[in-house]
Design a protein around this ligand. Structure first.
Ligand code: GLR
Ligand code: MG
Length: 429
């Protein structure tokens, strides 16, 4: 049968998704976080799914892009990246990312963060039309399952009083015992074999104690600590010296490539990043200064699944490890991460995943972790199906919001509990 893979319709659905009160160095997660779901429909009725950030600046770019896609072929992914999108640079340049902790903000990174959802949707549609999984379109899988690590957070047991939120079954984790208890529950439920603690929340000695407690509770399991650049070079070196025997890597201990290079020069502990290398333009300086030993790729802001493969190839050429970053996302993105991760030969670290923190999803079936791994689907496309009722419900929540939650802002969320809170100056310690 000849199929007509001309794009006939693009549907954009902004949603608000429940998020627990997870703490990071900027503040706390809002009770609901914005995401954008992209559906690309072809003339013969095939639909491909994609997902990305749903904050206003992404929506503003996604809408004109969607308008320009109809009439193009869903096979023309190179052409998609060639579309001349006018990005309002004042939206990003020189501005702090209020909730993202994802490094530099540039107009091109914003453009790629939007295009990535459309690329994934095109690949999903291609796969469905051809009866092939996305990994086959990317050259084929080199593994049958992708390993993920448990993503531990300091957290409150609930959002501040008076704030509308969904119930949260995980309880508080504000000290070493709480962190170990959270790790145990995540391991029991999902089988994770490695653990990452989001740091930069408490003074470093408290976070060192938490990692020590994890090492005692889970001997031999890989551990990571990520303060999102909250420490000075000297503090980073002190933490590296104290935890060097148990850490798989330290993630973004200090902010920016020069500081990371200074830390890397004086410790044997590998440094990972999803903050100082988040664009192709940052690679040369970081790799030639040997500032990072592992790059945590994120297909959203690197510009999709094929760019993730390009990044992995560059990492291989420089002897730099590769893994994956994650922040609040749903199953479409987890499926996309898993499909591309399956094709990356030099992926030797378990990927991050926020997914266990997301009690809501827009899929008919949640993606399962078995022994900390997600099986690589061989079904056509991403191998996931949209739950339209859930999508509509989460979109209603977005539509009914007065605008205060449509842009993620962890510092603003923190002010509902601590009115004087300001995003801390870095380095914080
Ligand atoms: O550095 C990281 O791993 C992240 O940026 C992940 C998330 O943004 C996380 O820190 C968060 O959502 O609080
Ligand atoms: Mg990080």
């Amino acid at each position: 049968m000849t199929r007509d893979l001309t794009i006939a319709e693009v549907r954009l659905t902004p949603i608000l998704v429940a998020d627990p009160p997870l703490l990071n160095t900027q503040g706390v997660h809002q009770p609901y976080t914005p995401r954008l779901i992209v559906e690309i429909v072809t003339a013969d009725g095939t639909t491909g799914l994609g997902e990305t950030y749903g904050d206003t600046k992404y929506l503003e770019l996604a809408r004109p892009l969607a308008d320009r896609l109809t009439g193009r072929s869903v096979m023309d992914v190179n052409g998609l990246f060639g579309i001349d999108l006018a990005v309002d640079a004042t939206r990003v340049e020189g501005q702090a990312d209020a909730g993202g902790l994802r490094g530099v903000q540039t107009a091109d990174k914003l453009r790629l963060s939007v295009l990535s959802a459309f690329e994934v949707a095109c690949l999903d549609a291609q796969g469905r039309a051809l009866g092939l999984p996305v990994h086959a379109l990317l050259g084929g899988k080199v593994r049958d399952a992708v390993e993920y690590s448990a993503y531990l957070f300091y957290k409150w047991d609930r959002h501040p009083a008076g704030v509308r939120a969904e119930p949260d079954e995980w309880g508080a984790a504000l000290d070493p015992a709480g962190v170990v208890e959270q790790a145990r529950r995540l391991q029991e439920r999902y089988g994770f074999g490695s653990f990452k603690l989001k740091g930069g929340v408490f003074p470093p000695d408290e976070e060192i104690a938490a990692v020590r407690a994890l090492a005692a509770a889970f001997p031999g399991h890989p551990l990571r600590l990520d303060p999102n650049g909250a420490w000075s070079v000297e503090t980073s070196l002190k933490v590296a010296a104290e935890l060097g025997d148990v850490l798989e890597y330290l993630e973004d201990p200090a902010l920016g490539t020069p500081a990371m290079a200074q830390v890397a020069a004086r410790t044997e502990v590998p440094l990972a990043t999803n903050m100082c290398v988040t664009t192709f333009g940052e690679i040369k300086e970081a790799f030639t200064k040997d500032a990072v030993q592992v790059v945590l790729s994120d297909h959203h802001y690197w510009g999709g699944l094929r760019n993730t493969q390009h990044l992995a190839a560059l990492c291989a050429a420089f002897g730099v490890g590769v893994s994956m970053h994650s922040n609040t996302h749903l199953g479409i993105s987890l499926a996309a991460m898993t499909q591309v991760a399956a094709t990356v030969p030099n992926l030797h670290h378990a990927c991050d995943s926020h997914y266990p923190w997301q009690s809501e999803d827009v899929l008919t079936e949640r993606i399962a972790f078995d022994g900390g791994r997600v099986a690589v689907s061989d079904a056509p496309g991403l191998g996931v199906e949209l739950d339209r009722d859930e999508l509509a419900r989460l979109h209603r929540r977005w539509a009914e919001d007065d605008g205060s939650l449509r842009d993620r802002d962890d510092a603003a969320a923190m002010r509902t509990a601590e009115p004087d809170w300001r995003t801390p100056a870095m380095p914080r310690w």
